[in-house]
Design a protein around this ligand. Structure first.
Ligand SMILES: O=C(CO)COP(=O)(O)O
Length: 138
C-alpha cells in the first residue's frame, strides 16, 4: 500500500506519536509525506519516507496528482481545524480528489488509528486489486 502522511503544524506531534506507535505496521508499506511532516517523522522514527514539497509550497497538490493517477491508496491527513491555512485551496483540492477517486482519507488521529488497524487486517486489499487491474488496462 502507498500511504500519504500529512499533518498541519499543530498536529505534527500527534502525527509523530502516531507513526512511532504504528511503526511496525507502517514500515511494511510505501510511505510519502509533505516536506516538513516527512522530515519530522523520519527524525523521530526509523521510517523511510519519500518527501514531497512542504504543503504550502505545493506538497498537497503533488499528493493529489498521485491520487489522480490512482497511485495512492490511503491518506492520513491530520488537519488543524482551528487555524487558517494560506494554502487552504490546496488542502480542499486534496481531500476533494480523495472523494473523486474513493481513496480512504483520515483527517484526524482517531480515524487514522481505525484505518491503520483495518489495513493491517487486510480490509484495504481491494485497493491493490483495483490498482493492478487499472494498471493492466492503461
Ligand atoms: O501544510 C501541510 C498540509 O496542508 C503540511 O505541510 P508540511 O508537512 O510541509 O508542514
Amino acid at each position: 500500500m502507498r500511504i500519504a502522511l500529512v499533518a498541519h503544524d499543530n498536529k505534527k506531534q500527534e502525527m509523530i506519536n502516531f507513526t512511532v506507535a504504528y511503526e511496525p505496521i507502517l514500515k511494511k508499506h510505501e510511505l510519502f509525506a509533505t516536506g516538513t511532516t516527512g522530515q519530522k517523522i523520519m527524525d523521530a522514527s526509523g521510517l523511510n519516507i519519500y518527501r514531497f514539497q512542504s504543503g504550502p509550497l505545493g506538497g498537497d497538490q503533488q499528493i493529489g496528482a498521485l491520487i489522480a493517477q490512482n497511485e495512492m491508496d490511503l491518506v492520513l491527513f491530520f488537519r488543524d481545524p482551528l487555524t487558517a491555512q494560506a494554502h487552504e485551496p490546496d488542502i480542499s483540492a486534496l481531500i476533494r480528489l480523495c472523494d473523486v477517486y474513493q481513496i480512504p482519507v483520515a483527517t484526524n488521529v482517531a480515524s487514522g488509528e481505525l484505518f491503520i488497524r483495518a489495513m493491517e487486517r487486510g480490509d484495504f486489499n481491494w485497493r491493490t486489486i483495483i490498482r493492478e487491474r487499472e494498471g493492466q488496462s492503461s
